[in-house]
Design a protein. Structure first.
Ligand code: SAH
Length: 275
């Protein structure tokens, strides 16, 4: 895609929650034509399958407690690649503007006069709830929906609890797995009914998807028993009861798991070569 002397550009692209079918057409076209793709750990291997074999792939990491590259290093890398005249895709899970630090990266690009564009993606709240059969709003149960991060600072989630326990509202919590017991406890302390429904969805929209449902009362125990692992999205509200009727996605067949593992291995090898 690079032509001699052409200015570089960064495309901040949302990769959706995992299923590659949820990519936008624009994301696919840009992945096919990019000179270099800088991607986060939440980007599924199936999505990376759209990257041209001649493109450079750079893993920027950022798993909890495993910050492969610090945010400032990623920002500096994007500036450098664009200044070299490259067409750069900065690929992030879900939507880059929702708990994705997309804004921070663009601020650095803007400060250095680097041209950029943004391609939205299906955010986890939307994609994962769809694949779990849990509508976020429903005329009988919820007229509003709020997205928050449950990432704990010093063991406490610094959340505006009164705004989370409003009736007829669905709460979607990103990054809330570690803090789940505390979140359930605080919701009840602030007046939510202990029997209020809650769902935790692991690996939404891909072959290993798992959905665990319960109540604020018993969810910490259920999730611990199920041994759920990150990434998990938490959905709290009356809408969770619809899962029993609306569940439609049948993720785990031995074949799909085998295929996913084989694809992941291929990408792993490809990454090792390009890094
Ligand atoms: N920008 C992303 C969110 C990044 S924060 C987006 O718009 O979706 C990372 C959190 O997103 C995870 O901790 C988890 O809560 C949620 N998440 C992303 N993909 C997910 C998936 N496939 N299944 C479950 N949760 C997911």
């Amino acid at each position: 895609m690079k032509t001699a002397g052409s200015p570089g550009r960064v495309f901040l692209v949302g990769a959706g929650p995992g299923d590659p079918e949820l990519l936008t057409l624009r994301a696919v076209r840009l992945l096919e034509r990019a000179d270099v793709v800088v991607y986060d750990h939440l980007v599924s291997s199936a999505v990376l399958g759209f990257v041209s074999t001649s493109a450079e792939r750079i893993y920027a990491g950022k798993r909890r407690n495993e910050h492969t590259m610090r945010q400032e290093q990623i920002n500096a890398l994007l500036v450098k690649l664009a200044q070299e005249g490259k067409q750069v895709v900065r690929l992030k899970g879900g939507d880059p503007f929702i708990f994705g630090r997309g804004g921070e990266e663009l601020e650095t690009l803007a400060a250095h006069g680097v041209a950029f564009e943004v391609v939205p993606g299906v955010t986890a709240a939307s994609g994962v709830s769809s694949y779990a059969g849990i509508p976020l709003t429903h005329r009988d149960f919820a007229q509003s929906c709020i997205f928050v991060t449950g990432h704990l600072k010093n063991g406490t989630a610094d959340l505006d609890w009164p705004s989370l326990v409003r009736p007829r509202q669905t709460v979607v919590i990103y990054m809330g797995l570690g803090g789940l017991p505390e979140i359930c406890r605080q919701m009840v302390l602030h007046g939510a009914p202990p029997t209020l429904g809650i769902a935790v969805v692991q690996d939404g929209s891909i072959a290993t998807q798992r959905v665990v449902t319960g109540t604020l009362n018993d969810m910490a125990e259920r999730v611990a028993q199920a041994g759920l692992k990150s990434p998990c999205l938490t959905i709290i509200g009356e809408v969770v009861k619809l899962h029993a009727t609306l569940e439609w996605f049948r993720p785990v067949t031995s074949r799909s798991v085998r295929d996913a593992a084989a694809t992941a291995q291929r990408h792993h090898q490809a990454d090792a070569i390009s890094l």
